[in-house]
Design a protein around this ligand. Structure first.
Ligand code: ZN
Length: 82
């Protein structure tokens, strides 16, 4: 309403399609590799060399695999219930 949107298409996000923040070194250098046929996800950090391999459910999106990895990395601490 009122304001017209300028037709500006940003493709910035496409530059790093599968690079995520590394919980070890804090850089956006983590690559997600999904082996759908094996049900395995792998992450590799290009900066610090952190590698992890873990089982993922079928049709897991890279971002979901990243979440699983981060949960594993931090040991899945549940917030204290009050
Ligand atoms: Zn790293």
């Amino acid at each position: 309403m009122g304001r017209k949107r300028q037709k500006v298409v940003k493709y910035v996000k496409q530059r790093l399609p599968s690079q995520y923040l590394c919980p070890n070194c804090g850089k956006n250098t983590v690559s997600i590799i999904l082996k759908d046929d094996e049900g395995i996800g792998r992450i590799i950090c290009a900066s610090c060399g952190l590698k992890e391999q873990f089982p993922v459910p079928e049709n897991t999106a890279p971002v979901d695999a990243y979440c699983i990895f981060v949960d594993n990395y931090y040991g899945v601490e549940e917030p204290p219930t009050q």
